[in-house]
Ligand binder design. Structure first.
Ligand code: UD1
Ligand code: CA
Length: 423
């Protein structure tokens, strides 16, 4: 059945204490909202993102990066139930299912969403919520069950009785609705609660009153339910996400010498028998081949493609570049906006000067196969070095050079004999 999503991202995020929208805060250089949208890939045909605080910024990000996503303004923000009702006009004739996701759940995996949807379908449910069990249920909504263990309601922490407060099953903030049957609920919610808001969670009681089939799916790995409300949450989520990534890489044949000092983004692919040395930080989307050595202390900043058998050594930073097989950049270099062929050696301290501060533009450096760059070279882009050419150490290269040549710029060496003694 066709599924569309409503993603709630209009809230203020007060506890972030920030001038940036909460959902635009980043984990490995990718905004929280992008993780949520990516988790719906292969699941939804269209996504409605509800925006409010910093609406323009969130709208710009979402619409630039996701073609199947629309933003809908919620102003003022009167609660999560009110937020969903903003999408109702766009879903008036929709006959499929709607998955609602809080916009601050970057750790939710699409595999878990798929299990959740399968559960909903297998139970012939009309409305399914996702729950999980937490030792410390903190300020999450509590999942209240009937004597026969079926779902009764969700009670927000601020509205609980002491007995309800002790419940450890919490509402994750993911809901699946047979839309045609539930849509009427959104014009009937009330604000009769501690926060005076329209609670999305009240649709459960509404569903029960209207004889609909409601269920709770218990998420096994409660880490995925971790919502971001503060900077501490952001740091913790980054850590969980990193551990998950490193474990999956190690399971797939990548050596991580020291997982406690290595950071690798979710969107980085790494081939087998590659070794990642300590203090390496890899953010954004990257593809690293087999049998490479990366680090220690390497920094890959995204849009980096490295083919097999390469070495990116200590204090080497790479951004938006393609590197062919058997190419080495061992020490203290910056490679940005570059296209490097195979069997290249980049000497220590080589810099691709890709940024022109006068025009504010960036240009490309192209090095063909078998080029050897001497230490401490500056390649001033745009520049292209032909196949097999060598560049002498300490050169500043400002023009293209053809193949199999030697290029060097060097002030003549002066030796003044006895100079020190005379002084
Ligand atoms: C909500 C749930 C709670 C659940 C928790 C999980 C409700 C009433 N409560 O609580 O049961 O345990 O999430 O993390 O839904 N938002 C809007 N417009 C609004 C208000 C909020 O778009 O008017 C968005 C926020 O940006 C956020 C999401 O909805 O992404 C959840 O809102 P938040 O205020 O964080 O809800 P919680 O109190 O965490
Ligand atoms: Ca929240």
């Amino acid at each position: 059945m066709e599924i569309k999503s409503v993603i709630l991202a209009a809230g203020k995020g007060t506890r972030m204490k920030s001038d940036t929208a909460k959902v635009l805060h980043k984990i490995f250089d990718k905004p929280i909202i992008a993780y949520v949208l990516d988790s719906t890939k292969d699941i939804t045909s269209e996504n409605f993102v509800i925006v409010g605080h910093h609406a323009d910024d969130v709208k710009a990000f979402v619409e630039k990066n996701y073609r199947n996503a629309k933003t809908v303004l919620q102003s003022p923000q009167l609660g999560t139930g009110h937020a969903v009702s903003m999408a109702c006009p766009y879903l008036e004739d929709f006959e499929g299912q709607v998955i609602i996701l809080n916009g601050d759940l970057p750790l939710m995996r699409s595999e878990s969403l798929k299990k959740f949807i399968d559960y909903h379908n297998s139970k012939n449910s009309d409305l399914t919520i996702m729950s999980t069990i937490l030792d410390d249920p903190a300020s999450y909504g509590r999942v209240i069950r009937e004597a026969d263990n079926s779902l009764k309601s969700i009670v927000e922490a601020k509205d609980t009785t002491p007995e309800q407060k002790a419940v450890k099953e919490i509402n994750v903030g993911v809901y699946l609705l047979n839309w045609r049957k539930i849509k009427a609920a959104f014009s009937q919610l009330t604000t009769n609660n501690a926060q005076g808001e329209y609670y999305l969670t009240d649709i459960i009681e509404w569903g029960k009153k209207n004889n609909l089939n409601v269920h709770a799916f218990i998420l096994e790995n409660s880490d995925e339910s971790y919502g971001i409300n503060s900077r501490k949450d952001l740091a913790y989520a980054t850590k969980i996400m990193n551990e998950r990534k490193l474990n999956s890489l190690m399971d797939n044949g990548v050596t991580i010498v020291d997982p406690s000092s290595t950071w690798i983004s979710e969107d980085t692919e790494i081939g087998t028998d590659t070794t990642i040395y300590p203090f390496t930080y890899i953010e954004g989307k990257n593809k690293i081949g087999k049998n490479c050595k990366i680090g220690p202390c390497a920094h890959l900043r995204g849009d980096v493609e490295i083919d097999d058998n390469c070495k990116i050594g200590n204090f080497v930073e790479v951004k938006k570049s393609k590197i062919g097989h058997n190419t080495n950049a061992g020490h203290l270099s910056y490679i940005g906006d570059s296209e490097l062929g195979s069997h290249i050696n980049i000497g220590a301290g080589t810099i691709t000067a890709n940024f022109d501060p006068i025009t504010g533009t960036k240009s490309k450096t192209v090095l063909k196969d078998n080029v050897k760059i001497g230490s401490n070279t500056v390649l001033v882009a745009p520049v292209e070095i032909g196949e097999g050419t060598n560049i002498g150490a300490g050169s500043v290269i400002t023009k293209n050079i053809g193949e199999w040549a030697l290029g060097l710029t060097r002030a003549p060496l002066r030796v003044i004999a006895g100079w020190v003694k005379r002084k």
